[in-house]
Ligand binder design. Structure first.
Ligand code: AMP
Length: 326
């Protein structure tokens, strides 16, 4: 698929001496895996080129993947920038991105901002890492895929697809994941790192389970305010992770986590759903993302209530016509 644009991307990479790889703010497993994996592939394939990984943000949970590079600002003018897993330019975690000579966008979000000079966007892919795996598959023999790079790519594939459970996982996803495993992915170490939790985190979970709320039609939600973040000494990222705790409640086909962002004075919203889409709801509240996993921002507790009322109506309508959904 999209053979032409992939060829154009490889030709462009080959034409540049300096390549910088970047991703989205608040990097997750897919953002880290795809950029770390691509950087490693490019470094191994083109040792004569200067390949950088630039990121202004950091994930504590993914610190085991290693750090990023300091990229001198003056090199951007001659550099190719490849931005992976980032739907819109305002989410690019690189303050210098616009200074690059050329930009390639590689992404699996619904297209909302084709900011690249070349845009390779496949929103049917379960992860951006799946696209990098596909890129390796297309150019096998030309690109060098080490066990380390394959492990990064596999990490993004498993995390963004909920361990191959979410919508978007296809036979091709698993075939490409299989190609990564064939390269020697260290999955024992990978999963140990992905699942390890601090003992205190479990105490916080106990608190969460005690405080989950449900709307009339069953939208499950949690609001992690400033007091709770302080009580459990949570980073903003740790507080944001709560969304996954809401995903298995019977009848709750939409679930939402609200996380107070003291620094920005707003409330981050993480929306998830099963069987019905919530992307339009996210767009209404200054966000977007995927059909069943999206993010938004609200600016007051009143607006939080409005979003919940909209989500509740949406779920109520869905349940009217899908009595046996869950
Ligand atoms: P999150 O809850 O932040 O993990 O977001 C779920 C999905 O929606 C991710 O793929 C994000 O890249 C995307 N997303 C989150 N926030 C926004 C936003 N404000 N605008 C567009 N996409 C977003």
């Amino acid at each position: 698929m999209n053979e032409q644009v992939k060829n154009q991307i490889l030709e462009t990479i080959e034409a540049f001496h300096t390549v910088i790889v970047s991703r989205h703010i608040r990097p997750d497993g897919d953002a880290v895996g795809s950029t770390k994996g691509l950087t490693k592939i490019l470094r191994d394939t083109y040792p004569e080129k200067k390949i950088y990984l630039a990121d202004d943000d950091f994930s504590d949970a993914l610190a085991f993947c290693g750090g990023e590079d300091d990229v001198p600002e003056e090199i951007y003018g001659k550099a190719l920038l490849i931005v992976v897993d980032t739907g819109t330019r305002k989410r690019i975690s690189n303050k210098n991105y616009a200074k690059a000579k050329k930009i390639i966008k590689i992404d699996h979000h619904i297209e909302a901002d084709p900011y690249g000079d070349i845009n390779w966007v496949e929103d049917f892919r379960s992860s951006a890492c799946e696209m990098i795996a596909d890129f390796c598959h297309t150019f096998r023999g030309r690109l060098k895929l080490s066990a380390e790079a394959a492990t990064f790519i596999y990490m993004g594939m498993v995390t963004d697809s909920g361990r191959f459970r979410f919508e978007g996982v296809t036979g091709e996803t698993l075939r490409l994941a299989g190609e990564m495993l064939d390269c020697g992915v260290d999955y024992e170490k990978l999963f140990a790192n992905l699942y390890a939790e601090e003992a205190d985190a479990l105490k916080f979970k106990a608190f969460l389970y005690d405080n989950i709320k449900l709307t009339k039609n069953g939208v499950a939600y949690l609001y992690i305010d400033k007091t709770t973040q302080e009580k459990f000494s949570l980073t903003f990222e740790e507080a944001s992770d709560v969304v996954s705790e809401l995903s298995r409640i019977k009848g709750s086909l939409i679930w939402v986590a609200f996380i107070k962002n003291e620094e920005k004075g707003n409330i981050r919203v993480r929306l998830r759903s099963r069987f019905l889409g919530i992307n339009d709801l996210a767009i209404k509240y200054h966000g977007g993302g995927h059909n069943m996993a999206a993010g938004a921002t609200v600016f007051s507790e009143h607006e939080m209530e409005e979003l919940l009322a909209d989500a509740d109506t949406l779920l109520g309508q869905f349940k009217e016509t899908h009595k046996d959904a869950l």
